[in-house]
Design a protein around this ligand. Sequence first.
Ligand code: SF4
Length: 168
Amino acid sequence: MSDYMKSINGTQINYYFICKTKLWLFSHNIQMEQESDNVSLGKQLHETSYKKEKEFLIDNLINVDFIKNKDPIEIHEVKKTQSMEISHEYQLLYYMYYLKKEKDISNTVGYLNYQNIRKQIEIELTEEKEEELETVLNDIKSIVDSDVPSPKKSRICRKCAYFEFCFA
Ligand code: SF4
């Protein structure tokens, strides 16, 4: 992996699919102190539903909700709703990709756990998905290296911490 690819974190992958403005602001360390209700609810979910599990921080970059040492090794992410499933999928694919490229661990399978609807989705890092992910990583670089993208109002804006920055 290039140094740049190695510096991308799961939140940036997530924001790439949610909003390019949000991705740019976050990537340039412009962060809002106020947390949205969504973030708080996400944190509560972790605290109540998965109390026994420990988060794994890899290279101070990859923050995996929990890992089960099975064959294959299970990489788990816990999510609140399925509304942003594609961003969740690519976040998890990136974790598996990172483990493969940087730690030589390719015997993995990913799981998205939608706790409030008791649903689990299996994610596999296929060659095709790897190529798609590399396109996403390169695209993130070009967005972050360019001027801030103009905000585009959508249904998610009202819950976004950057709302006032974008539209006040
Ligand atoms: S308020 Fe909307 S446009 Fe602005 S960063 Fe958040 S999601 Fe993106």
